[in-house]
Design a protein around this ligand. Sequence first.
Ligand code: FAD
Length: 382
Amino acid sequence: MGKTQRIAIVGAGLGGAAAAGLLQQAGFQVDVYEQAPEFSRLGAGIHVGPNVMKVFRRLGIEKPLEEMGSKPDFWFSRDGFTGDYLSRIPLGDFAKREYGAAYVTVHRGDMHLLQMDTLAPGSVHFDKRLETITDSGDDVRLTFADGTEARADIVIGADGINSRIREALLGAEAPNYSGWVAHRALIRGDQLAKYDLTFEDCIKWWTEDRHMMVYFTTEKRDEYYYVTGVPHPAWDFQEAFVDSSREEMFEAFQGYHPTVQALIECTEEVTKWPLRNRNPLPLWSRGRLVLLGDACHPMKPHMAQGAGMAIEDAAMLTRCLSETGLTDYRTAFALYEANRKDRATRVQAVSNANTFLRTQEDPAWVFGYDVYEQPLREGIAA
Ligand code: FAD
């Protein structure tokens, strides 16, 4: 009998965790290597579209996520200065009926925890920062910063925008800084009660060159979250994010609607993140290495679909490997790329342009998509 074939996933973020859960469910032996010593509930929310909820259905976490998160009836877009409505995109029951699942906004740490709970005990290895990766042709050798090593038949690079595995495939190249930053802050729901203002469930305030997206992250509406896009000439910090301040926020959103001013007034802590991206990659896999999520197609976050694309990638890659078996990984990788590249590239372009749902458009192409319903288009093995 031959040895057990193993898949290594590098990175246990939103994409890596989805891939691990789905592949284990499909019967593959999977180990996940994550650089972080543990995960904490960092202050940020996330939109989970019906396209993503359909993948979570397979993982058995659709219901708990729906119960935990806020389910907005609409995505509103409003003019930041006048408050005029620019679009009212129906979600709520409409999303369930038309797109086949709920539209949820939630704390990303809570969602990630649900995802991690789907993984086989002992299959996630923390504090494993990948340093080198060598595809010998027969298998892959991974070495980690703590001096240990591992071997696998194939390796999935789910290691985010600064992916070591992308670097192994295509050479070292820093991502592009887009010229915009995002501020992120969580506000206690009880802080809002003192205002005679309406705080809508899911609203994006826009002006010419900046915006503020705001939504609840819990079913109980006790946590409200905003994330911005604001021009910022250069990112001169070494850190992944830095502290911002209420003063900086007031300055960036001068003249904005009273509701936005109230949110800034309620802000206790706010952080600032550089928005980076990459041009579409010329290849998604080579030999035994394959990429998914931000390692493969990072984007500015303005469509709220970056993690969505990582999770759809995970589902499609699992589908393709199940179809071919692990031994024929080359065909699986070719199939995967052929069935993901157009959609991921389109989402990447629209997200970078920051136009999505600013006006009354039909988002069915994004939300109505079901990765399991797509007829598999043939791919050419590299
Ligand atoms: P990541 O989540 O970045 O995970 C990569 C993992 O790999 C991390 O855990 C990291 O520690 C690990 N890792 C990295 N290097 C190594 C190494 N060498 N060895 C071992 N482990 C390593 N998306 C949405 O769908 N909806 C939203 O509402 C949304 N809002 C966003 C708001 C902002 C401000 C930003 C910046 C992004 C937003 N996104 C959103 C995008 C989303 O966060 C990303 O697209 C998503 O996290 C990508 O998942 P990933 O698993 O590919 O990468």
